[in-house]
Design a protein around this ligand. Structure first.
Ligand SMILES: [Fe+2]
Length: 142
């Protein structure tokens, strides 16, 4: 099964979509590596990527939520925290035991779940809020 960016995942916010597209591409690389028996090796790359990504991407979303007084902020931030926790568990396991095929499967499942349930639903809700908020600001200015 290949994973690809599609319009259903779009939040309508350019910077958010660009960062999500990068994550989708990384999941694609992991899945491709797994299908050719190289999942173990790719785990290092994806964990390195995620280490930086969770900090920069989540803080940018959270900054927008705070600045625009987003009503779903607390629940959204809690989801980010949960993901960071899951990532930390993977990282600790990786540092202790190295990578394994079963770990590649677990990481892939977690990321796919994130894609469908967080990006496809929760981030989409945020995107809609940010878009309508921008529209309101624009219409006041006109
Ligand atoms: Fe998010």
């Amino acid at each position: 099964m290949a994973v690809q960016w599609n319009e259903n995942l779009s939040t309508g916010i350019d910077w958010q979509d660009a960062q999500h597209k990068e994550l989708v591409a990384r999941i694609g690389s992991l899945m491709e590596a797994m299908s050719t028996g190289k999942g173990k090796a790719e785990i290092t790359n994806i964990l390195n990527f995620l280490e930086n990504y969770v900090v920069t991407h989540f803080s940018k979303e959270e900054e927008f939520m705070v600045n625009r007084s987003y009503p779903g902020y607390a629940a959204h931030k809690a989801e980010h925290k949960r993901f960071i926790y899951e990532f930390t568990v993977f990282k600790n396991e990786f540092e202790k035991e190295g990578s394994s095929s079963s770990m590649a499967i677990k990481v892939q499942r977690t990321l796919m779940d994130w894609l469908v349930n967080h990006i496809g639903k929760i981030d989409k809700g945020l995107g809609e809020f940010l878009s309508s908020n921008a529209y309101k600001i624009k219409s006041i200015m006109v």
